[in-house]
Design a protein around this ligand. Structure first.
Ligand SMILES: Cc1cc2nc3c(=O)[nH]c(=O)nc-3n(C[C@H](O)[C@H](O)[C@H](O)COP(=O)(O)O)c2cc1C
Length: 354
């Protein structure tokens, strides 16, 4: 059955997959506390490992009623194993299967999957066709524009996927050669929309505020947005975008205490899911995304990076709360010179150029 989210008349807002970050505890928490999302996608899962019922793959592909609808993202370059893994995902009750066609990480490339598929469009098309035929749940694809600026394949692929029955395409507006930096190519995204007019195309890359979200939608003509890093800088981003889409420029302000509470709850839920030591280690790279908005946090980050227990995390926060007082004015707000500079987004630069 096709989820109603695909027929929504309003822009679709989706949490982009981020390996090591968008784990199940985060996905449940962001829906519960911040909201505004249409669906989530798991971190990328190795199709072969899932086929072999390996623990890690089974854990990564796990979703719950509180995390519904959620798509499980698979990577592999092998047609048979991707189709087989898709069947497993379907049997597990996922809302859909998302195929990764953008990841530049060596372990993913080695499998022939991720962005390696962009180098062989005919093979990519055969792989997607096999997955669509293997399952009844919706199949989506998340890809980049191409390998390099001279080898842009996304419009051709998006058109082929639409014809095969793929239900939505997410396009990260960069080439593999760009990695995660450099300007997002708005024209490149628009060309994908034009090539696949019958299915929703979601724009991805550098959306960090409600303002640049609206700019991205307007410039690209996409049916929605997929947001990764911005969701950690500001978990309320999705609901703020919804608010801005109604024409209201002043969404409710999220307090420092709410942000701190969200960060702490993310760690607590990770501890429940992964155990204290593993959760605290994994959280070391996640915490700086959250603390970035809290004011000067160099020392806090240094302390958080050494935490092995929840008590140590609590101590680091308590120390920070005492230190933070000197950055505050009489109303408890950060003094102007201590306010965080906005997170860099190429969309803001492109909007400024006009
Ligand atoms: C740490 C990290 C992990 C990522 N993991 C995945 C992944 O598992 N699957 C995927 O399709 N993309 C992955 N991406 C790419 C993001 O989904 C997204 O395309 C990219 O970060 C640009 O969007 P953003 O600016 O909204 O973050 C990852 C990106 C980062 C920074």
């Amino acid at each position: 059955m096709i989820p109603t989210v695909f027929s929504a008349s309003r822009p679709l807002l989706v949490l982009a997959p981020m390996a090591g970050y968008t784990n199940l505890p985060f996905r449940e928490l962001i829906r519960e506390k911040a909201g505004g999302l249409d669906w989530t996608v798991t971190e990328l899962v190795n199709a072969r490992s899932l086929m072999e019922h390996r623990d890690e793959a089974l854990k990564l592909s796990k979703t719950t009623d509180k995390d519904s609808p959620c798509f499980v993202q698979l990577f592999s370059g092998v047609i048979r194993e991707t189709a087989e893994a898709a069947r497993i995902v379907e049997a597990q009750g996922a809302a859909g299967v998302d195929i990764n066609m953008g990841c530049p990480a060596p372990k993913v490339i080695k499998s022939g999957g991720g962005s390696a598929l962009l180098a062989d469009p005919e093979h990519a098309i055969r792989l997607v066709e096999a997955v669509v035929q293997a399952v009844r749940i919706p199949v989506t694809v998340k890809m980049r524009l191409g390998m390099t600026p001279d080898q842009i394949v996304a419009p051709k692929l998006a058109h082929a996927f639409q014809e095969l029955g793929v239900q939505a395409v997410t396009i990260h507006g960069r080439t593999r050669a760009q990695g995660f930096s450099g300007n997002v190519d708005l024209n490149g995204i628009r060309e994908v929309v034009q090539a696949a007019p019958k299915i929703p195309v979601l724009a991805n890359g550098d959306v960090t505020t409600a303002e640049n979200a609206l700019f991205m939608l307007k410039q690209t003509g996409t049916a929605g947005l997929s947001i990764g890093r911005g969701a950690f800088y500001n978990p309320w981003l999705f609901s703020q975008i919804r608010f801005a889409l109604t024409g209201n420029a002043h969404p409710p302000v999220i307090s420092f205490e709410e942000r701190l509470h969200f960060m702490t709850e993310h760690l607590q839920r990770m501890i429940e899911a992964f155990g204290e030591f593993s959760a605290c280690s994994q959280f070391r790279k996640i915490a700086p995304f959250y603390t970035r908005r809290m004011g000067p946090s160099k020392e806090l980050n240094r302390n958080l990076c050494q935490c092995e227990t929840f008590q140590q995390y609590r101590n680091a926060i308590d120390t920070y709360l005492l230190q933070r007082k000197r950055f505050l004015d009489e109303n408890g707000e950060l003094k102007p010179n201590y306010r965080p500079v906005p997170v860099h987004s190429s969309l803001d630069e492109l909007a400024a150029i006009g």
